[in-house]
Design a protein around this ligand. Structure first.
Ligand SMILES: CC(C)(COP(=O)(O)OP(=O)(O)OC[C@H]1O[C@@H](n2cnc3c(N)ncnc32)[C@H](O)[C@@H]1OP(=O)(O)O)[C@@H](O)C(=O)NCCC(=O)NCCS
Length: 171
């Protein structure tokens, strides 16, 4: 599966991405916005495990984001279960050198299309910590609606933050 958007492409993760993942994600400016289940330091072996797990899913739900032919980050849609099975939880990160070029916004656009049309989801949601204004903006630019603010929902680096819950539904 290949998704194109100008110079931005989503493609399956490959074992060869492991070095670049480990190199880019070991950055507190990225990890401060993600869950604590992502280890620090993040080793190449962690990346290889992640890539292997992603490769087992059929259809794929996690992709490499490529910009001008280079790996720059990842994006994924975790499908919910039980009565929530037609919903997907969206997550993404980009290496810091690639911020501010509209890459995440384009990647989210492509992933939403994939989620609604290939995975046949009817709802895609994303949870963003209160201080992460760039990610909130990415979702708003993609037509996600702020459904609510979960007060004091997040403990990150020993501080408590509100969490912004966004969603987009298929028309
Ligand atoms: C969040 C992240 C994915 C954004 O990637 P990106 O490619 O730089 O995003 P884009 O360039 O597509 O869009 C960013 C938007 O946020 C805006 N923005 C950036 N910093 C901002 C800030 N501090 N306050 C308000 N808006 C801000 C930009 O101006 C841009 O909006 P615009 O197009 O209207 O000018 C990237 O910073 C990242 O990987 N961060 C760490 C991991 C993370 O936060 N993942 C998401 C977890 S929910």
């Amino acid at each position: 599966m290949e998704l194109k958007h100008q110079h931005i492409r989503l493609r399956a993760l490959r074992q060869e991405d492991a070095d670049q993942i480990a190199q880019l994600i070991n950055n507190h400016k990225i990890l401060d916005n993600l869950r604590d289940s992502i280890p620090f330091p993040y080793l190449k072996s962690d990346a290889l495990k992640f890539i292997e797990l992603c490769g087992r899913l059929d259809p794929l739900r996690n992709f490499a984001i490529e910009y001008d032919g280079k790996f720059v980050g990842t994006i994924g849609l975790e499908q919910e279960t039980d009565v929530y099975r037609l919903s997907g939880h969206l997550g993404y990160w980009l290496g810091e050198p690639y911020w501010g070029k509209g890459i995440a916004s384009a990647a989210v656009d492509r992933m939403v299309e994939y989620g609604f049309h290939s995975l046949e989801l009817i709802r895609i949601h994303a949870c963003v910590y209160s201080f992460n204004k760039a990610s909130q903006r990415v979702l708003e630019k993609n037509g996600f609606k702020l459904e609510g603010i979960f007060e004091k929902a997040v403990v990150k680096n020993n501080n408590v933050y509100d969490e912004y819950h966004y969603a987009k539904v298929r028309n």
